[in-house]
Design a binder for this molecule. Sequence first.
Ligand code: ADP
Ligand code: MG
Length: 391
Amino acid sequence: MADRMEPILPGSYLGILGGGQLGRMFTQAAQAMGYKVCVLDPGSDSPAGSIAEKFIQADYIDSAALKEMAALCSSVSTEFENVPAQALDELEALGVFVAPRSSCVSLAQNRIAEKKFLATWKSETNIGPAPYFVIEHDADIAHVPVDLFPGILKTARMGYDGKGQVTVYSPSELTTAWNELGRVSCVLEKRMELDFEVSALVVRGHDDAVVAYPVSQNIHRDGILHTSTVPAPSLKPAQEKKIVDAAKALIRKIEYVGVLCVEFFVLKNGDIVANEIAPRPHNSGHYTMDACVTGQFEQQVRAMARLPLGDTRQLAPVSMLNLLGDLWFEGSEDKAKEPAWNKVLAHPDAKLHLYGKSAPRIGRKMGHINCLGEALNEARQNCSAVAIELG
Ligand code: ADP
Ligand code: MG
């Protein structure tokens, strides 16, 4: 087994669990630095697997596949939080440097553990979660504090892009919603009066070095991220400092190695609430790829290879526009069109990233565009102009 403190140098294999767009951009960053990449994903149609030096198509808990990965890779990371903790533990037991480790990933897999964690460390981070109540049995519903209504019922597991969430206004609606969600473990969260949403992106190296990126301000549409703008137009400097300090305290607390995203709500009354954590590079951090000295995927490579972390300095204001499959259709999926790339690229500040997915679908993340500008307003205007070109 290699020394656990030694850097893993270019030329070596790095492993990634999950072969979607995050795995693909990780692979591209690793390859740009001279690494080879091994992707493990159960699906045959894998944006990351199609460009990696080695693609293992197997279940995440397939022991033979994990052994094959461990034989090749000194270090493995994950591109999504729902990879079974068992897979990470097995790799760790095989001597692989797993970053982030399974306890950190598990925390983000379950909203109950996540909220409890955020509430527990409020005294250190100064920012806690929205008021919530855990619902695991029918009888729990009778004990829900009335001041949690209107609330949002969220499944404890497997929620993403607003899926597995229902807004409820009363205990009877809560009962109906809980039944609709399949009576699985849930969290009822008080619906907060949001002014805007932001996310912090922090990175920790194996040596406890921690760096933070500028906070992004995020706009969602139908539960899916639409734009991320940096610097966050509505955020006051004191709020940004409080958010970054909280995210840095969290990443140290859990001894996390790699890129971590923490989502926050800024409320109408100016208060800040911690929403959720994502144990990986995040959609709201794609802006770093063109607007910062070091992109978030390169940073993930550096952290898992036990290299010094890169500079997070922002070089230009930016607004990132997500590209969903909807752009490939005229309203419905039976009327296909090709997005006007030539018009988009006529904007010299627009940096196009497409994920190489085989088929567009409504709501599917197909790519993103980072729109830069000399000033924040110019970046935002470029982003609006590009969005209009795309229709
Ligand atoms: P997901 O895992 O789907 O991203 P989130 O918990 O981040 O789940 O919720 C998705 C979106 O729903 C948030 O970005 C926010 O816009 C809205 N939302 C979630 N929780 C609350 C809340 N307690 N109050 C108000 N809005 C919320
Ligand atoms: Mg979220």
